[in-house]
Design a binder for this molecule. Structure first.
Ligand SMILES: Nc1ncnc2c1ncn2[C@@H]1O[C@H](COP(=O)(O)OP(=O)(O)OP(=O)(O)O)[C@@H](O)[C@H]1O
Length: 495
């Protein structure tokens, strides 16, 4: 199988290869043809607006190919974009006269522009002699002065059926098949994003379809963090840096680890690297304090330090920065021993919490964070899931922390046992008493009545004893195991 990403390999070459989006494509075609007929449209810029992976960029490339344009692709959020656009807007006219290929300016991320950049771009649109196409996920976040000068073309979120159509087309071309359930699962998870679906399909096929569920689960977390970090490392703007991680579904300490391990590839001057690491270590201090005091409001400061603090630390390497997952999160490359530990932990989560494998995988990620930051709660999970020390070490990834949690779990076990013995003792006493009282008379009704009288007294005493055990230390409640699925909230609500 080839290494070329399928999203590139199967990028539509012509508008007729695009899936759905008929209305949008009609509008784009009419607009570009107006340019070609020497009668530029009233609005010289176009904003293709819609959810990710629905064909906005693909449209621009297909149209350029069909109509013979050269694309100048620029990122609208880059502060230097304005100068470049200016250069092309000016240069293009002369080039046209010389008979060179027409230029089409494509500005990605128009919803991420600085206000000053926006004013300049708006002026350039007025002077433009070439089509300017912009792309945005949220058109209302495109600065107003730019929006007013552009025609909006809306792209729809693709349906599951559209996604499956796109995937099947690729499978045909590659001469491959995958089970129908896997295709449906990918289409469902993609949430209208064909790019994500194609990437998932390629990952699943290259990883062997038996592991499809696992691969998909890991990709879910990794996808958004890759995107967020790429944006974080591309900006010098503190505010934007804070914003890009908002949608990342990850605990701050995990995010810190991702940023930590990728930093050396982003900055190259030693003093800048040092500044970035200083910001990270302050974030780490906040995280530690949050854990000790239970004041999780500090997470916000920690996150600000690791995003804004890092973003403004110095001069970054230019161009594409590849983001690597930190070793601890890179589950797909675990050793055999780690894999078998992970599987045994997963089996326990599935059994005790009545979860399917995918949910159990998600739960495992949450447990990792809890084990790292909340040893008391972690100890309850150890008892509840009946984990052994090796499994605890696997989850927390640190021998010392594992032993602390293990010690706490032993105490809980001990208390549970004491409570169990007490209850057993009371039960036996109550039974003995009821047998004694019931002897003269046979018959169920009488037995029940006597047993009730005696057990009330005994149980009262027992409950007092149990309370005193409970008050003496840890809570020893377990979430309900049977019947309803137990969730992490059963635990979180208790501490
Ligand atoms: N409507 C579509 N028809 C055919 N292929 C599509 C369509 N939408 C997306 N794709 C596939 O997904 C890939 C990514 O799509 P594209 O780059 O056009 O997304 P986008 O809408 O520009 O997303 P973003 O907003 O994230 O930039 C394309 O290369 C193509 O392979």
């Amino acid at each position: 199988m080839t290494e070329v990403p399928w999203v590139e390999k199967y990028r539509p070459r012509r508008l007729s290869e695009m899936i759905n989006q008929t209305k949008a494509l009609g509008q784009v075609r009419a607009w570009i043809e107006a340019w070609l007929h020497g009668n530029p449209p009233k609005k010289k810029a176009l904003i293709l607006a819609g959810p990710p992976g629905t064909g906005k960029t693909a449209t621009v490339y297909a149209i350029a190919r069909e109509y013979g344009f050269e694309i100048i692709e620029l990122n609208a959020s880059d502060e230097r974009t304005f100068e470049k656009v200016e250069r092309y807007v000016q240069a293009a006219y002369t080039l046209d006269i010389l008979g060179k290929r027409r230029k089409l300016i494509f500005l990605d991320e128009a919803d991420n522009m600085e206000p000053s950049g926006a004013r300049e771009i708006a002026k350039l649109i007025d002077r433009a002699r070439n089509p300017i196409i912009m792309s945005a996920n949220h058109y209302w976040e495109v600065p107003r002065e730019v929006r007013n000068k552009a025609q909006i073309v809306e792209y729809k979120r693709l349906t599951q059926r559209d996604i499956i159509k796109g995937l099947v087309r690729i499978l045909h071309a590659e001469g491959l098949t995958v089970p129908k359930e896997v295709l449906y699962e990918i289409a469902k998870r993609a949430n209208g994003d064909l790019r994500a679906a194609i990437n998932d399909l390629q990952t699943v096929v290259s990883g062997g379809v038996e592991d499809a569920a696992d691969v998909l689960a890991y990709r879910d977390t990794e996808k958004s963090v890759f995107q967020a970090l790429a944006q974080l490392f591309a900006t010098d703007n503190a505010k934007r840096a804070k914003m890009v991680v908002l949608g990342v579904d990850m605990f701050p300490h995990e995010l810190l680890q991702w940023i930590d391990e990728n930093l050396p590839y982003v900055y190259y001057k030693p003093e800048d690297i040092a500044r970035a690491y200083e910001a990270l270590s302050r974030a780490d201090i906040y995280l530690g304090r949050a854990q000790r005091t239970g004041n999780y409001g500090l997470w916000k400061y920690a996150t600000d330090m690791m995003t804004a603090g890092v973003a403004v630390a110095g001069v970054k390497r230019k161009g594409f920065v590849r983001i690597y997952p930190p070793k601890t999160i890179k589950l797909l490359t675990e050793s055999k021993e780690e894999r078998s530990l992970r599987d045994s932990v997963l089996r326990k989560i599935m059994k005790e919490m009545h979860m399917a494998k995918l949910e159990a995988l998600e739960t495992l990620n949450v447990l990792k964070a809890i084990f790292e930051y909340n040893p008391d709660m972690a100890a309850h999970f150890v008892v509840y899931l009946d984990l052994d020390l090796k499994e605890v070490e696997f989850i927390v990834g640190d021998g010392e922390k594992a032993r602390t949690i293990w010690g706490k779990s032993m105490n809980i076990e001990k208390k549970l046992k004491e409570r169990g013995e007490l209850e057993e003792h009371v039960r036996v006493a109550a039974e003995r008493e009821s047998e004694k009282e019931a002897e003269p008379e046979e018959g169920e009704g009488a037995e029940e009545e006597t047993a009730e009288e005696i057990s009330e007294e005994e149980l009262q005493k027992a409950e007092e004893e149990i309370e005193s055990v409970e008050e003496s230390g840890e809570k020893i409640d377990k979430p309900k195991k049977k019947g309803k699925q137990a969730t992490l909230f059963d635990f979180l609500g208790k501490s």
